[in-house]
Design a protein around this ligand. Structure first.
Ligand code: EPU
Length: 417
């Protein structure tokens, strides 16, 4: 299994290009099931989760091709199976995103129920409750959700918690339902807005995406389209922290700084100098790094997907920072690895108290999830000596060639095969 080796002590300098957003590409690929026409997607990141979704679509009998340049062609004209099998779902929870499109178009679906994962229980009850309100019957048997409907109908759905993939699943299902669906307490994430833009290009009637109330008026059929996936705000944010933590100067190009407002504001409060352009930003890390508290919330607030990376930064702060995680109940496993590198962090329930100013020393560490892996690279960039990160497959699920991009900025980093 691959590992990543980082030798700390280099201030990163230079320019890095952001890839397409994994979490926007996943629902977009699921949405290609809503039509029999060809759909062209651009700016797909060639990361493991995207290739897994391609395999899933192919397994269902759809055509799915992703080229080296990140463009893809998808056509779900003939479907031979309406099932997302356990073998694929267990490696990628986002497979649940095919449930809404399959039910909407084919009125039937069998999708393996994703289990918990390292960061929390991550149930899908809100997805299922919403589909049931629209007239589906969802039963859980043998580890699968078996869903069917005589035809989905529009409904008023008050979602009890803000859920990103839940909002996406219900929005996709509703595009082909009979009548109007209202999703209240919907997620406002840029990935939801990107999916709505794609669905509109396919002929869907959607209003209010980007707000807490989304209205979808169902249509009889959707057509093919060409759609460009938005840049990955979490990847961009990860490189921003790389600039700040190493006291380097990094230009993060080809991203949408609007999507990173909370992250960049937080990094500026922590002392980084940031200048924002139209399609990117420049960050200069400065001493001292100020310890500032942060709490994760749904968009537009500070994202849970940047919490681990921010924790790495706070280990180098000039005081105490309290990091509160409100989205997932167990997303502090990286703290335990950072402690092994010399960080002073106390975790109590949903809060981590990070005492800054402790020099980190390189160590062999284990990645527990995607963003935790990234945070350990960031910690390794400022640690004395060598950090070797194991379980790099987590990283490969969502970051496109992160070690090459970091190396381009001067980091001493390599993949050990
Ligand atoms: N929740 C429920 N019931 C549901 C759905 C969600 O209780 O039916 C709870 C979850 O357990 C969690 C909270 O609601 O406590 C929010 O979870 P959400 O459903 O929004 O998460 P998700 O849609 O499964 C997406 C991203 C995650 C990101 C979260 C939060 C994708 C494919 N995944 O997950 O990304 O952390 O939203 O922003 O879009 C990552 O990229 O590393 C990653 C984990």
């Amino acid at each position: 299994m691959d590992k990543i080796r980082v030798v700390g002590g280099v201030a990163l300098r230079g320019r890095v290009e952001t890839s397409g957003a994994k979490n926007a590409a996943l629902p977009a690929m699921a949405a290609t099931l809503l039509t029999g026409d060809a759909v062209q997607l651009e700016n797909l990141p060639r990361v493991r989760d995207i290739l897994t979704t391609r395999d899933l679509l192919e397994k269902m009998g759809a055509e799915a091709e992703i080229r080296e340049d990140g463009t893809g062609t998808f056509r779900a004209g003939e479907i031979s199976s309406l099932e997302a099998p356990y073998e694929l779902v267990k490696t990628m929870r986002a497979s649940i995103l095919v449930l809404g499109p399959l039910l909407g178009r084919f009125r039937k679906a069998r999708v393996s129920l994703p289990g918990g994962c390292a960061i929390g229980a991550r149930p899908v009850n809100i997805h299922l409750a919403g589909l049931e309100k629209m007239g589906a019957v969802c039963e859980v048997a043998h580890g699968y959700v078996e869903a069917s409907t005589a035809g989905l109908t529009g409904a008023y759905i008050q979602m009890e918690t803000v859920t990103v993939t839940g909002t996406e699943n219900l929005m996709m299902a509703a595009t082909l339902a009979d009548g109007e669906t209202v999703l209240d307490n919907a997620a406002c994430e840029p990935e939801v807005v990107d999916l709505a833009a794609m669905l509109r290009a396919m002929g869907a009637h959607i209003e209010g995406d980007g707000t807490r109330t989304i209205r979808i008026r169902g249509v009889r059929r959707l057509r093919g389209c060409r759609h460009r996936i938005i840049p990955d705000r979490i990847e961009a944010g990860t490189f921003a922290v790389a600039g700040a933590i190493t006291r380097g100067e990094v230009e993060v190009a080809n991203c949408n700084p609007e999507h990173l407002k909370a992250v960049l504001t937080q990094l500026a409060q922590a002392g980084a100098e940031i200048s924002i352009g139209k399609d990117g930003f420049r960050i200069r890390g400065r001493d001292p790094i100020s310890s500032k508290n942060v709490t994760t919330y749904p968009y537009p607030a500070f994202p849970t997907d940047m919490q681990a990376q921010y924790m790495a930064l706070m280990t180098q702060g000039d005081g105490i920072a309290i990091i509160t995680e409100t989205i997932f109940e167990n997303r502090f496993l990286h703290a335990l690895e950072m402690i092994r590198m010399g960080a002073d962090i106390t975790v109590e329930g949903r809060q981590a108290l990070v005492r800054g100013g402790r020099p980190l020393t390189g160590a062999a560490v284990l990645a527990s999830d995607l963003r935790a892996s990234a945070s350990l690279i960031l910690a390794g960039l400022v640690a004395e000596g060598e950090t070797v990160i194991d379980r790099v497959y987590h990283l490969d699920r969502g970051y496109y060639r992160i070690e090459d991009k970091m190396a381009q900025l001067g980091a001493r980093i390599e993949r050990i095969r």
